[in-house]
Design a protein around this ligand. Structure first.
Ligand code: FAD
Length: 381
């Protein structure tokens, strides 16, 4: 089915992101796997291509764009290349900037946004703690006021870009008696005394992305690094999670769609019993089902992208898009592995890596269970 949410401007932007993928990312695909990171020069190149400043106002070095469809296009193209790069760039350019653009002071915007837009400073957001990620309101990392500073203690884990980040938006507890209303966000900067990183975590997929533990031991953070009002951190996160989730949904569908297209080509070429494996009725019907489920998921996600561009996407609809697309992505990729036979289990085949890379999408940014919890609550259950 033809998609109808994108104009020629979006398609021109898609072509420019694709060109960046071909020129800069594809030749470095193996190197990124070896070093388990995206090197700094790649970040800077992406910044100079305008990939990171979509939401950032022009006066702070960005594109000043409030049409979310451009963000979705970037997510689609990057995830068509590789889910790890898609997630690292997505956290930096799609998830983090709104906190500063919407809630930051003029001075904070001037200090952080131009370097983020240029890819010179990498940003991460640290909500999850070793003790739990789903129950965000129960987070334990503390920030205690001391004059015009706050003293931060605690730890975070599974933080995308955590190892390389120059800037980390950290969710802390500033009032232990107030539950969700006692949470405040701070920008912790590389080099602040007492801020250290653990090892790069060893994951079953997305090896190219750096995912790290972060430790805060009496880190003195100036009040001028507080993002938004004291006690408003939880609300700030809840208000911005729908954008993270619709971005994740666009990424999930695009990732599975690309690998499915490659699998269809494989099914046409690979022979068994003297004929292409795609011509066996079972496989033909299976592929027909997969294409249908991708297109149906894409149609719902497209509606959500359009709704978000127009400022009318609800948190519940974003939750539906996120869990459903993650499920479809994982189901489709599992069948793609099956269609590749033994090659589908070999790391040198994109399909094998994509299958591993996709598993986390049912867990991060709010697990499928938490998404269903939100939907169920909205139904009055
Ligand atoms: C590769 C990767 C990158 C990540 N990047 C980031 C990042 O950049 N920043 C960040 O802050 N976090 C990040 N995360 C963390 C991620 O968001 C959390 O892992 C996720 O929210 C789940 O939290 P948890 O791991 O503590 O699981 P838990 O909260 O311990 O949950 C364990 C299981 O219990 C289920 N569960 C929990 N509560 C309920 C309930 N009420 N009803 C039903 N089931 C429930 C969950 O769905 C899950 O299946 C990342 C994680 C990974 C793996």
């Amino acid at each position: 089915m033809p998609r109808n949410i994108y104009s020629s401007e979006h398609e021109d932007f898609r072509a420019s992101v694709q060109e960046f993928v071909e020129r800069t990312l594809k030749p470095r695909a193996e190197q990124m796997l070896e070093v388990k990171a995206i090197d700094r020069d790649i970040w800077k190149e992406a910044g100079s291509q305008g990939l990171f400043g979509l939401d950032i106002p022009e006066e702070f070095g960005g594109m000043g764009n409030d049409d979310y469809r451009f963000n979705a296009v970037a997510a689609e193209v990057l995830n068509g290349f590789n889910a790890a790069v898609g997630s690292c760039f997505g956290i930096h350019s799609d998830v983090c900037p709104p906190y500063i653009v919407d809630l930051g002071t003029q001075e904070q915007k001037e200090r952080w946004l131009p370097a983020m837009a240029a890819g010179e400073k990498i940003c991460a957001i640290a909500m999850t703690e070793p003790g739990g990620g789903s129950d965000l309101a129960a987070l334990k990392t503390t920030a205690v006021r001391d004059g015009d500073h706050w003293v931060v203690n605690g730890s975070k884990t599974f933080i995308t870009n955590g190892y390389q980040a120059d800037l980390v938006i950290v969710a802390t507890r500033t009032d232990p008696s107030k539950g969700a209303k006692g949470i405040t966000l701070f920008m912790v900067e590389d080099g602040m005394e007492g801020f250290t990183r653990g090892r790069k975590l060893d994951k079953v997929g997305q090896e190219e992305s750096d995912t790290a533990e972060l430790f805060f031991s009496d880190v003195r953070v100036p009040d001028s690094n507080r993002i938004g009002e004291e006690g408003m951190g939880f609300i700030a996160m809840m208000q911005r999670l729908p954008q993270e989730r619709v971005g994740a949904a666009a990424a999930n569908v695009a990732h599975a769609k690309q690998i499915l297209m490659e699998t269809i080509e494989y099914a046409k070429e690979r022979k068994a019993f003297g004929q292409s494996i795609g011509s066996f009725q079972h496989n033909k019907f299976k592929i027909a089902e997969l294409v249908t489920s991708i297109e149906v998921a894409e149609a719902y996600v497209d509606d959500c992208i359009e709704a978000h561009s127009e400022g009318r996407l609800s948190a519940v609809d974003a939750a539906k898009a996120k869990w459903w697309s993650a499920q479809v992505q994982n189901d489709v990729l599992d069948e793609c592995v099956q269609l590749h036979g033994g090659y589908g289990f070999m790391n040198e085949y994109r399909v094998a890596r994509a299958w591993r890379d996709a598993r986390v999408t049912k867990i991060w940014a709010g697990s499928n269970e938490i998404m269903k919890e939100l939907i169920g609550r909205d139904l009055g259950l």
